[in-house]
Design a protein around this ligand. Structure first.
Ligand SMILES: [Ca+2]
Ligand SMILES: [Ca+2]
Length: 196
């Protein structure tokens, strides 16, 4: 029996129940999530179900995430060790937040953490500029030079975002300000969806 095939005996019923309670997944989905985690590095996970897989391994093998412009930042915010490496529990949390069942309010909370690149709980100009360049960077290679966002364009967009969203005018977006702003553009959350 290979590692992937033994998943039915990997967790006790109580463990499955607990994982199901802590996520938006049924017990069957938790098992399927484990199967997907195992497939990222079958040998290591077969040896140890708590194996911590490197960010590189995850991004090389999880296509749905590797196409996301914020892939590395996403791994980092879900990584219990903070470096982007994920245990199964980290992975399960991530897949749960990215699932269709997770409420929009939860996705917005995690989106804020992903976009808060310097982890100071505010989105300042620097965060917004990194956000824009990562968001556009994905397609930049496919675009002609004249269609790419210049630094000046980016600065103008950051100005517009702050003009609209920075209600207390401290030149950054707090979480409540971000929440109001992002609820006006729901398609922004499309980067927060992965089918299990
Ligand atoms: Ca910040
Ligand atoms: Ca503000």
């Amino acid at each position: 029996m290979g590692g992937v095939c033994t998943h039915q005996t990997v967790f006790s019923d109580e463990e499955l129940e607990e994982y199901s309670n802590l996520t938006y997944f049924s017990k069957a989905e938790v098992l399927y999530a484990f199967k997907r985690f195992s497939m990222l590095d079958p040998v290591r996970v077969a040896q140890n179900r708590n194996a911590k897989l490197t960010m590189r391994t995850i991004l090389n093998n999880l296509n749905e995430l590797s196409v996301n412009p914020f892939k590395e930042r996403i791994c980092k915010v879900f990584s219990s060790s903070g470096n982007g490496d994920l245990t199964f529990e980290d992975f399960l949390d991530m897949m749960s937040v990215f699932s269709e069942e997770a409420p929009k309010s939860l996705k917005i909370q995690w989106a804020f953490r992903v976009y808060d690149f310097d982890d100071d709980r505010r989105l300042n100009r620097k965060d917004l500029q990194i956000l824009l360049s990562q968001l556009c960077g994905q397609d930049a290679e496919l675009l002609d030079d004249d269609k790419r966002l210049s630094t000046r364009d980016q600065r103008e967009i950051v100005d517009q975002i702050l003009q609209e969203g920075d209600l207390d005018q401290d030149d950054s977006l707090s979480f409540p300000e971000f929440e109001i702003l992002i609820s006006k553009c729901p398609e922004f959350l499309n980067t927060f969806r992965i089918k299990l």
